[in-house]
Write a protein of this length. Sequence first.
Length: 332
Amino acid sequence: MKAIVLISGGLDSILAAKIIKDQGIGIIPLNFRVPFSHVNPHSYNGMGLVEFTKNTLGEELRVADVNKDFIEMLLNPRYGFGTHMNPCIDCKILMLLKSKELMQEFCAKFIVTGEVLGQRPMSQHKQALSRIEADAGLKGLLLRPLSAKNLIPTIPEAEGWVDRDKLFNISGRSRRMQIDLAKRFGISGYPNASGGCLLTDRQFSVRLKDLIRHEELSLRNIELLKIGRHFRIGENTKFIVGRNEKENKYLEERAAAGDYLFLTEENAAGPVCLGVGDFSEEQIMLSGRIACRYYDLREDAVKISCRHVPDKKGLSLSVNPLGEGDLAGLRL
């Protein structure tokens, strides 16, 4: 007997997998790669999720890419958004539909998730849980071990594939019972419960709405949203300022043909900046003035090199910092 277990990266899904495996069920841990997931790099005892899953559950983590499907769903989610740009119900349905497609390949009889009744206001109340199960075509085949005793018995429970008495009745937002279970199972190094989805972040959602409004939604542009300070300086023009050495390196390495790279010259230390879109001469100068705001100034004016990728040579701009009022009007 085998079951697919959806591994989100948080503690709840790891616990759900452990509970089912301890009942003698063969588990297939499955993680879906989506463009908006975000995990603290200090989580998992310094390991990645793949290694953490192997060490904790003794199983290889399968990873499936649903980026394209997720972006299409994001443009028109059937059940709408949460507080920000998080289409939680549609997201869960999408992942379960993809999991269902893999059941035959993995010889799995049912699917397991770490969902907890009442933990999330939009997607984890009883009506939403039932709707998700039905829309994914998994009626009776979706087991939620952490809250199973608060829900109608599933086929795996009714058929005796799993022992319902060894499942749990956790509900609500408290994490106490999950933390106690983790201690019992010897699980440590898991991320905290502050959330791993960027779509629940207000500032990120503002940037994402801007992309959608300007019809610029793509995997590359989404990845760039995670880096630096962002400014909308034209209908088809964005400017991104690196905030530290790591981001500076990222922006320089990810510059694509048609982009504009803004780099410091000799008289100041400052960030790497990336311009994306169609730039006029006026917008190039404006971008240089924005960049100048984040330079360690030694003089009133700063010299900045602007290069149109893939050109090897660039323009040398002599610019003064843009005023705070003008800057605020462009910042995303």
